[in-house]
Write a protein that binds this ligand. Structure first.
Ligand code: LHQ
Length: 261
């Protein structure tokens, strides 16, 4: 069974984590195939949005721990190798993709699985789903961007509670806390996530890429630098064909037909 399923329709690349008996925990093969899917999303002009989800009852349980079970007398594993070669490049790839990524969290998202969801641009979760910073239960530190995303999304008090206690946060609380975009009824998750991904895939792709850039830069910028950045990005957006089409459609009182250019 392929650990990642990929298909394409109407400008959306559908990527499904597919190791359901392990709650879609990551192994090296899954990392490799996900990397290839995101490269396809980046390089193919016909792909204008990505929808990431999981198969079965979980979204992703982070690292496959059965591959980390070492006997007491064996040398310890250097976890930085796995972060350096797999998880960190994955988070960087998700953030740097100049196209929107919708994440449909269909079930529990734990460890790196939770933080990979948070690295996406619009996170929807099924009402029965939950988010767990399970690292501390193993004596580890939140990784895959957890210590970056959490305090920025929910504030340091809640970030610290989640990281130290490793308790499950329900999808509804995640929405209330501002961790995610929305919690939706389980039977509406696929339809709603698909609708959003299709809407984005028919939108002004270049502009969306520049929005991602601006939002991501703001975390480390002063207002002055951010204003300068907005000026520069707006110059770029204003030269796009989609901006021209957007204004023309507005004036002509019709729906815009964006080409993503
Ligand atoms: C699993 C896993 C799993 C294998 C469930 N692996 N089988 C990065 C770089 C380098 C190294 C270290 O880490 C990292 C980042 C990380 O992600 S560290 C954090 C790793 N993940 C976790 O600690 C989560 C471990 N899983 C859980 O705590 C629970 O399974 C959760 C809370 C996710 C779900 O609980 P339940 O709904 O009660 O399900 P379950 O525990 O019964 O799991 C179902 C099956 O999935 C079960 O297998 P079985 O054969 O008994 O049915 C689990 O063994 C398997 N599974 N997570 N990470």
């Amino acid at each position: 069974m392929a650990p990642i399923l990929v298909s394409r329709d109407a400008g959306v690349l559908y990527v499904t984590l597919n190791r359901p008996d392990k709650l879609n925990a990551f192994n090296p093969e899954m990392h490799k195939l996900l990397r290839e899917a995101l490269e396809e999303a980046r390089d193919e002009p016909d792909v204008r949005a990505v929808l990431l989800t999981g198969s079965g009852r979980g979204f992703c349980a982070g690292q496959d721990l059965s591959q980390r079970n070492v006997s007491a007398d064996a040398a310890p594993i250097d976890l930085s190798v796995s972060l350096g070669s797999n998880y960190n490049p994955l988070v960087r790839r998700l953030r740097a993709l100049p196209k929107p990524i919708v994440c449909a969290v269909n079930g529990v998202a734990a460890g790196a699985g939770a933080n990979i969801a948070l690295a996406c641009d619009i996170v929807l979760a099924a009402r029965s789903a939950s988010f767990v910073q399970s690292f501390s239960k193993l004596g580890l530190v939140p990784d895959s961007g957890g210590t970056y995303f959490l305090p920025r999304l929910v504030g340091s008090a809640r970030a610290m509670g989640l990281a130290l206690l490793g308790e499950r946060l329900s999808a509804e609380d995640a929405e209330r806390w501002g961790l995610i975009w929305k919690a939706v009824d389980d039977d509406r998750l696929v339809g709603e996530a698909t609708r959003i991904a299709q809407t984005l895939a028919a939108g002004p792709t270049k502009g969306y890429g520049l929005i991602k850039k601006a939002m991501q830069a703001s975390a480390g910028n002063s207002l002055d630098s951010q204003l300068d950045l907005e000026r520069d990005l707006q110059r770029e957006a204003g030269f796009s064909e989609d901006y021209r089409e957007g204004v023309a459609a507005f004036i002509q009182k019709r729906k815009p037909r964006y080409q993503g250019k």
